[in-house]
Design a protein around this ligand. Structure first.
Ligand code: 4AZ
Length: 240
């Protein structure tokens, strides 16, 4: 009987993550374009979405350095004003040129931010930058947006923009999870029990606190695992 209970418990543990993790991971569909007018998708020229970004000027997009590093600007198509990527609403532009934070090498070393200049500026409301570093206080809740995976092992992405609300974690808790955590370059967001997180292809997307850009989806181990928060670029360190 004890053995049967243990086997059942193991089956429950093995099966739960796929079911407990339906969207961004643990988020909901954004169905009002006015809610995130500044949200953009980065796609290849054939239309495959690989990262997110946010308009911070009519012709300027903030995203993660690792999203564009090594890519030709003209091979990156930015899509704005389109919640459902299977439609052709909104507008598109290729990238004219981009600037990556000086000294960037890999996300876990920080400086994971880039500014893209568009060939065609977009007529959408831009996302203002967080006004002070006070936004990074532990337990402040932000909203992260993206078209990425809805579960860590999910390769079947949704074409619909998703969002999730996630609390910022204290620096001490984040360094406990990641030896490489650098509180100048990054911050962490997540629940101790996991379940809600950004995931693959959400990279570059904005983490918004009080209607302002505070972070950019950067890295993490897996998605939505317990005691394994998502790591975001601390935008205030690089832009002002
Ligand atoms: C990625 O590979 C990625 N859970 C993005 C975010 C996170 C992990 C990985 C955070 O693009």
């Amino acid at each position: 009987m004890r053995l049967l209970a243990a086997v059942l418990a193991l089956i429950v543990i093995a099966v739960t993550p796929a079911h407990a993790a339906p969207r961004i991971v643990g988020g909901v569909v954004v169905d009002d374009a006015d809610e995130a007018p500044w949200m953009v998708a980065l796609t290849t020229s054939s239309g495959y979405q690989f990262c997110g970004g946010a308009l911070v000027g009519p012709g300027l997009v903030a995203t993660a350095a690792h999203c564009v590093y090594g890519r030709k600007p003209s091979s990156i198509t930015v899509v704005g004003g389109r919640l459902d990527l299977l439609t052709d609403g909104g507008s598109t532009s290729v990238v004219k040129h981009y600037q990556i934070a000086e000294g960037y090498s890999t996300p876990s070393r920080g400086k994971d931010i880039a500014l893209l200049t568009l060939v065609q500026p977009m007529p959408y409301q831009v996302l203002p930058l967080a006004a002070t570093s006070a936004v990074y206080a532990a337990r402040n809740v932000g909203v992260v947006y993206g078209w990425g995976r809805q579960a860590e092992g999910d390769t079947n992405k949704s074409p619909l923009l998703h969002k999730a609300s996630i609390p910022i974690m204290a620096d001490a808790q984040c360094s406990g999870a990641y030896a490489r955590y650098d509180a100048t370059a990054m911050f962490c967001a997540g629940y101790p029990e996991g379940g809600v997180d950004a995931c693959i292809d959400d990279s570059g997307g904005p983490f918004v606190v009080d209607g302002r850009l505070a972070g950019i989806v950067s890295w993490g181990i897996g998605c939505a695992r317990p005691n394994t928060p998502g790591v975001y670029t601390r935008v205030r360190t690089y832009l002002s």
